[in-house]
Design a binder for this molecule. Structure first.
Ligand code: GSH
Length: 201
């Protein structure tokens, strides 16, 4: 399954996470640059691909895939030679899904709440992402046996969750920078050749 992936990209967006994943997977891809300032993500032709008008978006084998976590999981499965996902049947497949979904459904909204200073709601228990502090504490526990979310095995879940953490630390989200468990994890991930190819210094 080596056909080229068409990758709608802007480096100042979540598409950067997919760029790193494409490099990790060794996938053949072609970048279509999207200028967000010029509104190229809201043109009729782009909206026909992704009615949300958002990046990242990819096309592969005649299909459109959107949503960063879904794209990252898809690439891991489409290019199995890179061994970036435990195979179905492997006991690690469970924790692998756990952290990918935790990234999309829990870390992301908790981070956005914090970074945008969104007011607290009354019925906090109804929020699937609980509180920012609980999310940080959960990640700290998950990474304390490291070096990766799945222990010794680096996976696509690290690409996604690690990118979220890197982004959050860059923007000064509390409780992360200065904590060795997060500093070391992000430094370990940023040193990977594929991460550096996607984000040259
Ligand atoms: N749920 C989506 C969010 C994608 C998203 O919000 N992308 C931003 C860039 S980081 C975007 O395209 N914003 C442009 C807009 O909404 O106008 C995902 O996880 O991929």
């Amino acid at each position: 399954m080596a056909e080229e992936i068409v990758f709608y990209h802007n480096p100042r967006s979540r598409a950067q996470m997919v760029h790193w994943m494409l490099e990790e997977a060794g996938a053949p891809y072609r970048i279509v640059p999207i200028d967000l300032e010029k509104g190229e993500h809201k043109t009729p032709s782009f909206l026909a691909l992704n009615p949300m008008g958002k990046l990242p978006t990819i096309e592969h084998r005649g299909m459109v895939v959107t949503e960063t976590a879904a794209i990252i999981a898809y690439i891991a499965d489409a290019f199995p030679a890179a061994a970036l996902a435990p195979t179905p049947g492997d006991a690690l497949r469970g924790p692998y899904y756990r952290w990918l979904f935790f990234g999309a459904g829990v870390i992301e909204p908790a981070l956005i709440d914090k970074m945008m200073n969104r007011p607290e709601v009354e019925r906090k228990s109804a929020l699937g992402w609980g509180s920012y502090e609980d999310v940080v504490g959960t990640l700290e526990k998950a990474l304390s046996n490291g070096p990766y979310l799945l222990g010794d095995k680096f996976s696509a879940a690290d690409v996604y969750v690690g990118s979220e953490l890197r982004w959050a630390m860059m923007f000064g989200a509390p409780g992360l920078k200065g904590q060795s468990v997060f500093d070391d994890y992000v430094a370990r991930l940023s040193a990977r050749p594929a991460a550096q190819r996607a984000s040259p210094a």
